[in-house]
Ligand binder design. Structure first.
Ligand code: NAD
Ligand code: TYD
Length: 340
């Protein structure tokens, strides 16, 4: 029996992981610890909440007393740490909450995990900590960290803290760094859901700069499977890159979505580039493939079709999350294009 605290379990990847983990392992107790920020939504876990192995605690990872109390109440022996501010554009609009949650919050999590003597602490990170690539090459686990955005700088800081806790105190940390995810329940501020929803609404699709920036896309289900493998078999103190060898230029992703929905390319609107926009990400995932036997199960061709279909079928989900604060953010971020 494992008592697993999953932080950020009400977000995009966290909620997919909670479902995946409960389905894969009969003998676990899962405690979802989440502050329910704008990105956290318990609707993402509809159906899971009735599972007697599942518990929810509303709390901020920066609040040490609440974190400690959850560890003690559920006798936590394992942590999977997803909770973070996760959107680059929001980090450019304001970085302090990124430092607070991603750095200070991670420090609290590491400290309480050390105090409680957990058996495993999986820190979920991102390929963005490596910075930007030119036309060739891929990120290896040994690539020096060179974060460029406030988001990636805060994630890199949390990675260094987690590794320092392993080195200094022997905290049993393992770490994953994954490429861009797509799939169900992704908040519609990120490229793929934003473009699907705008296309469905016949609204402009705002493409930054020349649209030639490259991202390496992985289905969220494959990310969840990789995290599970690292949680079970990853070596303490090691970092594992996760990626599907699936590079796409942004403009080609947008064109694919439009084609799939039967919408015209005239909906594409090239807008001012993101400041400091990383040009290209590409992951070398040889280590997790060779050492832990993981490989992606989803093809992008099918995965993107299923994802588009999910957003078509779940209009009421995205309509609800796109109210209030989201509208303010959207107008602030996209200016004139948002008014069209
Ligand atoms: P998300 O923004 O969808 O969800 C984040 C979750 O964390 C939300 O449920 C939110 O309520 C919660 N949270 C935020 N601040 C909190 C706090 N102070 N205390 C407690 N909970 C808090 O994010 P996501 O896309 O699911 O990303 C999850 C993790 O995976 C992050 O650590 C991110 O850096 C990493 N990651 C994401 C991607 C991607 O493509 N989305 C790729 C690689 C790694
Ligand atoms: P995003 O989903 O924000 O992920 P990240 O910046 O963490 O990689 O963006 C993916 C790519 O799409 C990135 O190159 C920025 C670009 N992009 C746009 O062109 N327009 C948009 O409206 C958004 C949100 C992103």
């Amino acid at each position: 029996m494992r008592n697993v605290l999953i932080t950020g379990g009400a977000g995009f990847i966290g909620s997919n992981f909670v479902r995946y983990f409960l389905a894969q392992h009969a003998d676990v107790v899962v405690v979802n610890f989440d502050a329910l920020t704008y990105a956290g939504n318990l609707e993402n876990l509809a159906g899971v909440d009735v599972d007697p192995r599942y518990h929810f605690v509303k709390g901020d990872i920066c609040d040490r007393a609440v974190v400690e109390s959850a560890f003690k109440q559920f006798n936590i022996d394992t942590v999977v740490h997803f909770a973070a501010e996760s959107h680059v554009d929001r980090s450019i609009l304001g970085s302090s909450v990124f430092v607070q949650t991603n750095v200070v919050g991670t420090n609290v999590m590491l400290d309480v995990a050390k105090q409680c003597g957990v058996e495993r602490f999986l820190h979920v990170s991102t390929d963005e900590v490596y910075g930007s690539l030119g036309a060739t090459g891929k990120f290896l686990e040994t690539t020096p960290l060179h974060p460029n955005s406030p988001y990636s700088a805060s994630k890199a800081s949390s990675d260094l803290l987690a590794l320092a806790y392993q080195h200094t105190y022997g905290l049993p940390v393992v770490m994953t760094r994954c490429s861009n995810n797509y799939g169900p329940y992704q908040f519609p501020e990120k490229l793929i859901p934003l473009m699907i929803i705008n296309a469905l609404n016949n609204k402009p699709l705002p493409v930054y700069g020349d649209g030639l920036n490259v991202r390496d896309w992985l289905h969220v289900g494959d990310h969840c499977a990789a995290i599970d493998v690292v949680l079970q078999d990853g070596k303490i103190g090691e970092v594992y890159n996760i990626g599907g060898d699936n590079e796409w230029k942004n403009i080609n992703i947008v064109q694919t979505i439009l084609k799939e929905l039967g919408k015209p390319e005239s909906l594409i609107s090239f807008v001012k580039d993101r400041p400091g926009h990383d040009r290209r990400y590409a992951i070398d995932a040889t280590k997790i493939q060779n050492e832990l036997g993981w490989s992606p199960a989803h093809t992008f061709e099918l995965g993107i079709k299923e994802t588009i279909d999910w957003y078509i079928r779940n209009e009421s989900w995205w309509k609800r999350v796109m109210t209030g604060e989201y509208q303010e953010y959207y107008f602030r971020q996209y200016g004139e294009v948002a008014k069209a």
